[in-house]
Design a protein around this ligand. Structure first.
Ligand code: NDP
Ligand code: 2IT
Length: 445
């Protein structure tokens, strides 16, 4: 077996010190690509293929000054990583969260390259964000931040160059303010962002797409095992965009979802989460989950973390990276969980993933199972290019088709290399092969 993978992992650690999330994402991908890399080592080494693929094409960091409601100037850092444009313009969300740094944006950008490849649509990989925290800020403060952020970012993006979208902390409100500022400065009305409002170029079903897509792929997986979601119990973490629409679709497809969580606590509702209440608390009031009990007196609210201790058939982590660790995985296995499918990006630690797989739990990695969001963003780009809007049913049907095809694509890739049922290997190989093909065809760039 070749040492090429180990050498490149060493190089990444050396060249990107203090970036543990980025190291983690690179290790997960490269280790599972060993069968392909071993088979092509001479060519890949000559072309420095792996050294190029782990190096972003461009990374941008900039100052974001803005004035708060007291007249005080605040300064945040803005980031955009343009990771790989071999199969299309850079595409990926903008995360607004105090934890944002190069490590987090690089891990997300790296994952995005392979995820976007798996959608089958012409989108390259990128990611951006800021350590700005929208929580507790007034609308005016959020607007001031978004305008300042876009004043710099607009120099680096464009409908055919790089198309950002939402992620943690960036929803319809933030995208609206950013779009307005881009249009004003660049004097261009173009599809430079996705996740836009419906009145100015957004796509129907984009809001729902990541959560719905997650359930479409789980449904297809179960169907191939002669099973379905009907009567299953699921636990979900998170209470944001991905979690809300994952819960909604799971319940439409016949499962009962009994948990959700936010960064301070979690809810257990034995009768099934009330999605309308959750939407009102999170999307309208922007409040904490402590409110949920006012709507559902039968439910329990707990401080801290704990959703993985609840007995379930299916676990859907939909909050953030590394939120499901080895102890959580052990609790799930002890409770008889059969499927873990990631709605968030890298929510499961490497040790937890390996443990789940070793115990026969079917594991769907985020770059496959949450790809419905970015896939529908690509559909929004198509609609913007032709200056038309498709119906909800049309977009939703395309999304479902994409997720079903994606599942068979990763399933076949895993089988082809002798790793049947290992969807980490399947997703990484299938995503990688297309990117390598495009990079090779385009020469040393
Ligand atoms: P939101 O901001 O809408 O929601 C995030 C949720 O996760 C909130 O409930 C939040 O709680 C919780 N959360 C965030 N950070 C932490 C933390 N450090 N610890 C515990 N809980 C936390 O984001 P999204 O739903 O859009 O994103 C969720 C995940 O899905 C992310 O990993 C994102 O990268 C991924 N993703 C998103 C896509 C999209 O289309 N939006 C597409 C594909 C993946 P609180 O409100 O208290 O902060
Ligand atoms: O992680 C992701 O795929 C997203 N946050 C969505 C990216 C997008 O461009 O829609």
């Amino acid at each position: 077996m070749s040492n090429y993978v180990d050498e490149v992992i060493e190089l990444v650690i050396k060249q990107n010190p203090g970036e543990p999330e980025f190291h983690q994402a690179v290790k997960e991908v490269l280790n599972s690509l060993r069968p392909v890399i071993d088979a092509n080592e001479e060519k890949f080494r000559r072309d420095a293929l792996l050294e190029r693929i782990v190096n972003p094409e461009r990374q941008i960091k900039f100052r974001v000054p803005w004035v708060d409601d007291k007249g005080q100037v605040q300064v945040n850092s803005g980031y955009r990583i343009q990771f790989n444009s071999s199969i299309g313009p850079y595409k990926g969300g903008i995360r607004l969260h105090p934890s944002v740094n190069f490590s987090i944006i690089k891990f997300l950008g790296f994952e995005q390259v392979f995820k976007n490849s798996l959608t089958g649509l012409p989108i390259g990989g990128g990611k951006g964000g800021s350590d700005f925290d929208p929580k507790g800020k007034s609308d005016r403060e959020v607007m001031a931040f978004c305008q300042s952020f876009m004043t710099e970012l607009c120099k680096h993006i464009g409908a055919d160059t790089d198309v950002p979208a939402g992620d943690i902390g960036t929803g319809a409100r933030e995208i609206g303010y950013m779009f307005g500022q881009y249009k004003r400065i660049r004097n261009l009305y173009e599809g430079v962002l996705t996740g836009k409002g419906l009145s100015y170029g957004g796509s129907l079903a984009r809001t729902e797409a990541t959560g719905y897509g997650l359930l479409y792929i789980v449904e297809e997986l179960l169907k191939c095992k002669g099973d379905s979601l009907v009567g299953k119990t699921a636990v979900v973490s998170g209470a944001g965009n991905v979690a809300i629409y994952a819960i909604e679709k799971a319940q439409q497809l016949g499962a009962k979802v009994v948990t959700c969580s936010d960064s301070t606590g979690w809810v257990y509702d034995p009768d099934g989460i009330d999605v309308a209440a959750l939407k009102e608390i999170k999307e309208v009031k922007r409040a904490r989950l402590t409110e949920y009990k006012n709507y559902r007196p039968n439910s329990e609210y707990h401080e801290g973390r704990g959703v993985w201790t609840i007995k379930c058939d299916i676990a859907l982590p939909c909050a953030t990276q590394n939120e499901l660790n080895l102890d959580d995985a052990k609790a799930l296995v002890a409770n008889g969980t059969k499927v873990v499918a990631e709605g968030a990006n890298m929510p499961t630690t490497l040790e937890a993933t390996e443990y789940l797989q070793s115990q026969g739990v079917t594991f769907l990695p985020g770059k496959a199972s949450n790809a419905g969001g970015v896939a529908t963003s690509a559909l929004e780009m198509s609609q913007n290019s032709e200056r038309l809007s498709w119906s909800f049913a049309e977009v939703d049907a395309k999304l479902k088709d994409i997720m079903v095809n994606l599942f068979h694509n990763i399933d076949n890739a895993a089988k082809k290399y002798g790793f049947e049922g290992n969807y980490v290997v399947g997703a990484n190989i299938a995503g990688f092969e297309k990117v390598v093909d495009a990079m090779t065809a385009q020469g040393i760039v």
